[in-house]
Design a protein around this ligand. Structure first.
Ligand code: NAD
Length: 509
């Protein structure tokens, strides 16, 4: 079912579809175009964060499965069946793949909702359109890649050509299961690499289905394989593998650092990292009323959307002294009710549970720690009770009176928690914003262009929004500085990062 039809389904429709989808979904490893059990027969329980019930049991890949998949990927790469396919033929497969994803958009959306408890409405309105657009963008890019002829003496021809790298392993997180996976596998495949995806263990269903659709679209089975497994087993085996040429990772900074280590201890494979964040969202004191109101509404979405499980969330609200109290009053007035907790299959719900009860306990513990450090809980701060008590829910929370060096201002919460910091002027706002190990995404609201320009120049963030937040399209590079990582996703340049630049020097005389 396509997105426009899916948008009309009711809660009852989604409940009945969820049962069918869950029962039909593949949870075995997708190796060489076949679904197979893990070599050692291992599996783990996939538990619903909505009610703690078992969703399904997933095959747990280990080193032996990884070895097998890497050998198939290498053979496919060397055969040239995908890596040397004429660009227009590769494009046809990718476009057909995008069509199939579009035809199965409701099913794929539902898989992520079941796995992680993300509201179905967000899947339909936000994730799936971006998934489809991403595959099309990289399909369109395939024959736009250019090499070059460099400036040399006349008796020499010096060229640079771009080639696929080889076997690329993509390791993805659970917070946007299919979208984060597609941001990696689409450019990797478009570049001609044999690609292995290890999805987050909590959210494998959509990855398996999308790989199956790739083969249905005409992609060679060795070009895209999906192996779920625990991070320390399957992820580590990929990270240390001597025949994996590149790791493309999205996830925590902690695991990103481990992957750099594995590469150093194995074959120096390339490691591109998209990791955590603690986004500064700055509000200046010159906002006219209409911009002020838009700023508050955007700040609420910037920190509570996707239950705050967003690497690029604007989780530090840095507010100029003159508007601080008015801003927080309005934020509290709108923010208390903007997000409704409930069953993620209900199209009117926009706040599901966190990924699991461990995350719930961690986030509630961080709120408690902020409170004991002197922050005031303006609203939220606990888990909803009653019908939702079995789920890993946390209420949207606003903390005021946070100091820039407090634990809550420095650690990524990955939950619906905003930390408000009061600042005197632009100098202090910039100092506070840059006082972070992270540097992913930030935003500034001001009616003064020169002021905005100064923030853009001085903030250490990969992406900055002026009078907006979390917007963008496929042309915009997504990725951070410092411990947020070293790579860019989405844009045309990200395709080039899945290719080697090879120089050739032809002596002509
Ligand atoms: P995570 O780091 O725990 O897991 C991410 C992936 O790494 C999973 O597939 C996991 O199985 C795997 N993994 C875990 N241990 C591993 C190991 N030792 N070796 C190899 N792989 C291993 O992260 P998560 O909890 O799934 O996701 C949340 C994190 O992801 C947050 O920190 C968030 O900021 C970050 N994130 C970043 C971006 C971005 O683009 N910068 C986007 C989304 C999420």
């Amino acid at each position: 079912m396509r997105l426009e039809d899916a948008a009309r389904l009711t809660h009852a429709d989604w409940i009945s579809k969820a049962e069918e989808t869950r029962a039909r979904a593949e949870t075995r490893l997708f190796i060489g175009g076949q679904f197979v059990d893990a070599a050692r027969g291992g599996s783990f329980d996939n538990i619903s964060p909505v009610d703690g019930r078992l969703i399904n049991r997933c095959a747990a890949g280990t080193g032996e499965d990884i070895d097998r998949a890497v050998a198939i990927a290498r053979a496919s790469f060397d055969s040239g069946e995908w890596s040397r396919l004429a660009p227009r033929r590769r494009m046809e497969v990718m476009f057909r793949w995008a069509e199939l994803i579009e035809e199965h958009a409701a099913e794929l959306a539902l898989m992520d909702t079941i796995d992680i408890g993300k509201p179905i409405t967000d899947m339909i309105r936000v994730d799936m359109p971006q998934v489809i657009e991403c595959v099309r963008f990289f399909a369109e890019s395939i024959d736009k890649v250019l090499g070059s002829v460099t400036a040399t003496e006349t008796d020499v021809l010096s060229t640079v050509i771009r080639e696929p790298i080889g076997v690329v392993a993509c390791i993805s997180p659970w917070n946007y299961p299919l979208l984060m996976a597609i941001w990696k596998i689409a450019p990797s495949l478009a570049a001609g690499n044999s690609t292995i995806l290890k999805p987050a263990e909590q959210s494998p269903m959509s990855s398996y289905r999308v790989a199956e659709l790739f083969v249905e679209a005409g992609g060679p089975p060795g070009a895209l394989q999906v192996l779920n497994g625990l991070g320390e087993a399957a992820g580590q085996a990929l990270g240390r593998h001597m025949d994996v040429d590149k790791i493309s990772f999205t996830g925590s900074t902690e695991v990103g650092k481990l992957l750099l280590g594995y590469a150093g201890q194995s074959n120096m494979k390339r490691v591109s990292l998209e990791c955590g964040g603690k986004g500064p969202h700055i509000f200046c004191d010159d906002l006219p009323d209409d911009l002020f109101d838009r700023a508050v509404r955007t700040a609420i979405d910037g920190v509570f959307f996707n239950m705050g499980q967003v690497c690029s969330a604007g989780s530090r609200l840095i507010i100029h002294d003159r508007i601080h109290d008015r801003f927080l009053e309005r934020f509290a007035e709108l923010g208390r009710t903007a997000y409704v907790c409930g069953d993620p299959l209900d199209p009117s719900v926009n706040l599901g549970p966190l990924i699991d009860h461990g995350a719930q306990a961690r986030v509630l513990g961080m709120i408690e720690r902020a409170r004991s450090d002197g922050a005031q809980v303006v609203f939220g701060g606990s888990a909803p009770q009653g019908a939702l008590a079995k789920g890993a829910y946390v209420e949207p929370t606003l903390l005021a009176g946070v100091g820039q060096d407090d634990f809550i201002a420095r650690q990524e919460v990955f939950g619906p928690v905003a930390a408000a910091i009061r600042v005197r002027d632009d100098d202090e706002a910039i100092e506070v914003a840059n006082n972070s190990n992270y540097g992913l995404q930030g935003g500034v609201w001001t009616d003064n262009f020169r002021r905005a320009h100064r923030y853009v120049r001085e903030l250490h963030c990969g992406t900055l929004f002026v009078n907006s937040f979390e917007e963008g399209d496929m042309t915009q590079p997504f990725g951070g500085f410092k411990e947020s990582g070293n790579a860019k996703d989405k844009c045309f340049d990200s395709l080039l990062a899945y290719m080697n630049a090879k120089a050739a020097w032809f002596r002509l005389n």
